[in-house]
Ligand binder design. Sequence first.
Ligand code: ZN
Length: 310
Amino acid sequence: MIVMDLEWNSGYDKTRLEEILQFGAVRLDAPGGRITDTFCAFVRPRVHKKMNRTAKALPELKAMLNAPQDFPAALYDFVKWCGDDTVFADWGGDDLTVLRQNCSFWRLPGPKVTRHLDLQAAFSMQVGVINNIALAHAVEYCGIPETFTFHNALNDAMYTALVSAYIRPDLFSLLDLGREARRFLFRPAFPPSVRRTGPYSAPPEALQSQGCRRQPCPLCGEPVWVRYWYPGRECYYTDLRCRRHGVFLTRLTLHYAGEAQWQALVDVPEVTPALLKDYDRALRAGPISCKARKRPRRRRDRRRRPGGAV
Ligand SMILES: [Zn+2]
């Protein structure tokens, strides 16, 4: 696995390119594993004449401006160094995007990437926040001695690799989850609730039924109407939204009871990695919309109107 970090300059001219000024990378024998090799290349800029404010503050700017190599030469060395490694990791995902942007600007092939791990996202999951954490804060949080200057690509790649050792391995498998599914990782525990309804003559009838669609918030009991169902492997999901308590991942399971009758079970299950993966797949499959309920909507509109006129 290769942990990569880049420094770049956006410039002030019209050319839209985050021009790479330094490659930094370390090779790990596994996520969170030993550093077995390092790569560093300063890149002489050839596109932007002026440095933006962030680039001007780079500690190694002089080495970049006087570098013997330009981007094509540095990229050639980097791709060669990467060799057969095709799993890449970075802090936040921008580095890989910027590398691809530079490669397409110069019309050169970049390294082959079969998997990309955003270690910032994994670290955020580990500490239980949805916000992005700056690398320097993660380093401080992990108690890693701040021996090297930040914003040198090799040092930052090294720090990123060291932080990866503090990330629980099972979280790497959750990195492919979309943001929508990932947000349920951070929900606090709440009392379990299971409701049975039915019987229904067929699954589509159950999905549109009042018994399945009108669900109480698990915390306050306020009824909420389900607007979409997402088909999972053996159930349906929805994000039940209480105005006061936020969103609850809610599951509908149908059981065939014989004689053309279906029983429905609606619950707010415990969020596990397996459940989130199934929910993420369901989200990607797309929603089954519930039919609009005309009367309650008209009533709500009437209530809103006087407020809107003020
Ligand atoms: Zn509520």
